[in-house]
Design a protein around this ligand. Structure first.
Ligand SMILES: O=C(O)C(=O)C[C@H](O)[C@H](O)COP(=O)(O)O
Length: 223
C-alpha cells in the first residue's frame, strides 16, 4: 500500500492532533505563519494549492521551519503532484479522489490521503492502496455519527480518517475522541484574512487553544 503515510509521520500528526489548513497569498508570509503555528503547538500544515503563492510557501516552510510537517492540499492534477514534490511537500491531500492523482503520488512515493465522503469512495481508495483518508466535508455530512456508521463495515481494514470541513474549537473534541481519527484539520486556526493581516499572535492563540483541546482529549483517553 504505497499511498500510506509512514508510521513516523502519522505518529507526528497524531501527537499534535491538528492539521492547519492554509490559503496563502504572499510567499513571505509562509515562515512567520509556520512559526506562529508552531508556537501554539501545531506541527502539521496542509498548504492548499489555491493561490499562486502556494508552491513557494511550501518550499519556504520545508527548508526554513523543519519542525513543521508541511503537506500540500487541493492537489487536483498529476502535474501538481510533481510540483509539490519539487517544492518539498511531505504529503498531499485533496478534497476528493482522483485515481490518476493517487496513482501519480504512488509512483513518486508521495504519501497521499484522498478525500472521501461515501462508502463507494472508501472502497475505491482501499482498492488504490490508501489507508489515510480525508473525511471531507465532515460537519455538513453528519460528523462522527455519519463517520461511525460509514466506517463500521471497514473496521477490519485499519483505515484512518482525518476529518476536515466545518471543524472548529467547539466541535473538534467530538472527532478526536474516536479511535478512527488520528488527527483533525481546519482553516479556522489560521484563516486567510488573519494571514493577510499578519496577525501572528492571534494565530498562535488559536493554535494554543486547539492544542489545549487535543491535550484534554488525549488525557481523557489515558484516564
Ligand atoms: O483543499 C483540500 O485539499 C481540502 O480537502 C479542503 C480543506 O481541507 C477544507 O477546505 C477545510 O475546510 P474548512 O476548515 O471548513 O475550511
Amino acid at each position: 500500500m504505497k499511498s500510506q503515510f509512514p508510521d513516523a509521520m502519522l505518529a507526528r500528526m497524531q501527537a499534535c492532533g491538528v492539521v492547519a489548513v492554509i490559503v496563502i497569498d504572499e510567499p513571505q508570509h509562509a515562515v512567520p505563519l509556520a512559526q506562529a503555528l508552531l508556537a501554539g503547538g501545531i506541527q502539521a500544515i496542509e498548504l492548499t494549492l489555491r493561490t499562486p503563492a502556494a508552491l513557494d510557501a511550501i518550499a519556504a516552510i520545508a527548508t526554513e521551519v523543519p519542525d513543521v510537517l508541511v503537506g500540500a492540499g487541493t492537489v487536483l492534477t498529476t502535474d501538481q503532484v510533481d510540483a509539490v514534490i519539487d517544492a518539498g511537500a511531505a504529503f498531499a491531500v485533496a478534497p476528493g479522489l482522483n485515481r490518476r492523482v493517487v496513482e501519480r503520488s504512488q509512483a513518486r512515493g508521495l504519501p497521499f490521503a484522498p478525500g472521501i465522503v461515501t462508502p463507494s469512495d472508501i472502497e475505491l481508495a482501499v482498492e488504490l492502496g490508501c489507508r489515510e483518508l480525508k473525511f471531507f466535508p465532515a460537519e455538513p455530512s453528519g460528523g462522527m455519527r455519519y463517520l461511525n456508521s460509514m466506517a463500521a463495515p471497514y473496521a477490519h481494514l485499519g483505515l484512518q480518517f482525518i476529518p476536515l470541513g466545518g471543524l472548529d474549537a467547539k466541535n473538534m473534541a467530538s472527532y478526536l475522541s474516536s479511535p478512527l481519527v488520528p488527527a483533525i484539520g481546519g482553516s479556522w486556526i489560521a484563516p486567510r484574512k488573519l494571514i493577510q493581516q499578519k496577525a501572528w499572535a492571534e494565530i498562535t492563540e488559536n493554535a494554543t487553544e486547539a492544542s489545549r483541546i487535543v491535550a484534554a482529549t488525549q488525557n481523557k483517553e489515558i484516564a
